[in-house]
Structure formats: C-alpha cells, structure tokens
Write a protein that binds this ligand. Sequence first.
Ligand SMILES: NC(=[NH2+])NCCC[C@H](N)C(=O)O
Length: 411
Amino acid sequence: MTDLPVPDAEQTAPAPRVDSEVGPLRTVLLHRPGNELKRLTPRNNDQLLFDSIPWVDRAQDEHDAFADVLTGRGVEVMLLSDALVAALADERAHAAAAATAVDRRRIGNELADALAGYLATVDAKGLADVLMGGMTFEELPAAEGASLVRKMHHPHDFVVDPLPNLLFTRDSSVWIGDRVAIASLALPARARETALLDLVYAYHPRFRSAGRAYGASSAPVEGGDVLLLAPGVLAIGVGERTTPAGAESLARSAFADGLAHTVLAVPIAQDRATMHLDTVCTMVDRDAVVMYPAVRDTLTAYSLRMGPDGGVAVDGPAPFLEAAAAAMGIDRLRVIDTGLDPVTAEREQWDDGNNTLAVAPGVVVAYERNVETNSRLEDAGVEVLRISGSELGTGRGGPRCMSCPISRDPL
Ligand SMILES: NC(=[NH2+])NCCC[C@H](N)C(=O)O
C-alpha cells in the first residue's frame, strides 16, 4: 500500500490576494488582545490611543466570538501572535526584532546593553511577548547595576513600550492584489508595529514569497485609510494619519506595480472620531457603502492616475461618490441610507457603526450596539452578523479595523 501524502494547512491555504473589500473572505489576520491591554492605565491611555481602560478578559471573550463568527463562515483566521512567533523562529528575525525593542536614546547605553543581552537569551515566544506586551523597568531581569536611568525611572515605567493597538491589524498591513503593503504608522504609540509586521511578512514561511507594495519606512499610510473599492481602484483617506505624501507615494507604487489604475485621495477631518477613512465609510456590497450621513454630501476626492511621463496625474477634487462610481465603472455607488437623526448618527459613528467587515458581498460583521445603523443595513438587504464590542471598542475600532484580509475570492 502506498501512503498518499497528507496536504498540510500551508499547502492547501489560498494564496494571499485581495482585490476588493467584499469578495468572499478566505483568510484574515486578527490579533487576539493580550497582556498589552493590561498595561493601559488612566495615566497612559490617551497616549496609547485608547479612550478608556478595557476589561481585558471580556475583550478576549468578545474577540474570540468575533473569530468564531468568521470561522463559522468558512474563513481561516490567522492570529498575529502565532505568526510573529513563527517568524521569530528564524534567528535573523529574532535578532532584528530584538533590535527594534531597544531604544538606546531613551534608556541609555548601559541599560540598552542589558536589555539587548537579555532579549538575546529568550525564545521566540518570550521575545514575542515582550515585543507585544512591553516591559517595565521592574521586569527587566538584568543584573542590578548602578544605572542612573534605572534608578531615576519609576519601576512601572516602560523599558519597552506595549503595543495595545496591535488589535487593529487593519492598520499595520494591507494586501493589494498579491502584494502586501507594510503601513508606515503615523503616531509614536504605533510606530513599532510597522517593524513587527515587516518581520512577519519577511520570515513567516507562508509569506516568504510575497512581494511588497509599499516600503515600511515610507511616508505615513495606515491601512484603515485604504479601501479597495474595486479591482484596480483604491480610495485612500488623507487626514489625521495618512499624509498627502503617503497617499501620493502609495499611488505611485501601486501604478508602477500594475496594482491600480485609479487612486482616489479623499480628504477627511483631522479628528479622533474620523482618524481613518473606514471610520466614516466601508463597503457592504460590490456597489454599496455604509456611510456616516454627516459626510455623505461633503466628502470629495482627488483622482490620481499614471501620468504620461510615469508621474502621477491629479484631477479634481470632485464629489467622492461621483469620482468613485466613475473610477469603478458603475453608474452609481449606492449609499445605504442610515437615515438617522444627527445625534444618533454621531453616536453610532463614534462606536464604529460605519466600520463593517464584509465576509462576502452583502454580508457584513458589525457591532451589535449600533442598533439603528444595523437595522437600516438590514432594511437595505444586507445581512448583518452582530458581535459585541463593549470592551474591544474602547480603542475606537470596529470589525474592519480589527481584521486584515489576506485572501479574498475574486468578485
Ligand atoms: N482602521 C481603524 N479605524 N483603526 C482604528 C484604530 C484605533 C487605534 N486606537 C488608533 O488610534 O490608532
């Protein structure tokens, strides 16, 4: 008898490729919140971009339920912590990752050497824990020296900052076609996420052959601002996070790689409530978006195309909905009219009512608390898979923010 080889998960997994916001979702990268959330206190939560202090056990339960909804729909869920540990098994990744955690300028040479020495001794899992959850002066097990830095810092100050916003995997990397763009995150609290995702995509066996769409150290672009409206058509929000230079440079590289023919640069208000384009608008079907009513008629877009000289040609601005429909080659982009009174609309926008994750055309995951928005979506024929997010939402992010699609079937 001959034994047939058993295909392993990596051989059977769909190849990474995402051309739209709504094509049937096959594989997604999530981050189950961990010890990094336990670092949040009323003194540091603003700086770490959380609006209150989450109840961590409950946040984990909510996240598990989110992952279950996705697996229940046949989606393969990859967890960032597992992917990071797998990547760090490569000693080059281990060394590079440890180096990203050592900030000599902040902790001085003596402690930096002690920290680097310690990190070199921990295994992949131990290193991943420090990279994600951070480390306090009190936890640094290096020999007690006379370091002034150690003496003058509070024992609970961070030697390595925690990364509570890893939860929002949408922002740190984006697949465009068969290439991955490592985001260049704008705010100091998230800057180190770039380096971790960069290592995951470089060293995880599953991604080794993945081409890059954007360099990790380029001008700021965050994934929450990038919407794949249709194959070849990107919308990029420009506001608190993604800069005009970031949008221009991602457009230039998408054109050069043949990943897009049109990029819409969409100015959004530079506010916490609208930090990314996906806080006011996400796609729920091939030709439909759910959108915050207050911006529906005012949102505009510059249309970027490859210029004759290989540069970027800019048109507009024009109304966003018109520019989007034209670029997508459809008559009209349907806006699901949430028809809400302005106060309800503002409350539900703040709680990520417009931040839905499509698992297929017309099927989206949404926070249950946005009762009005969800019922309007259903009235318009969209199936809504509700999850609770009372704790997950304390960082201001909904189902779309908490997910990075790695593979979607073509539309
Ligand atoms: N795609 C999104 N809207 N992400 C939300 C990110 C929230 C996170 N606390 C931040 O401020 O960066």
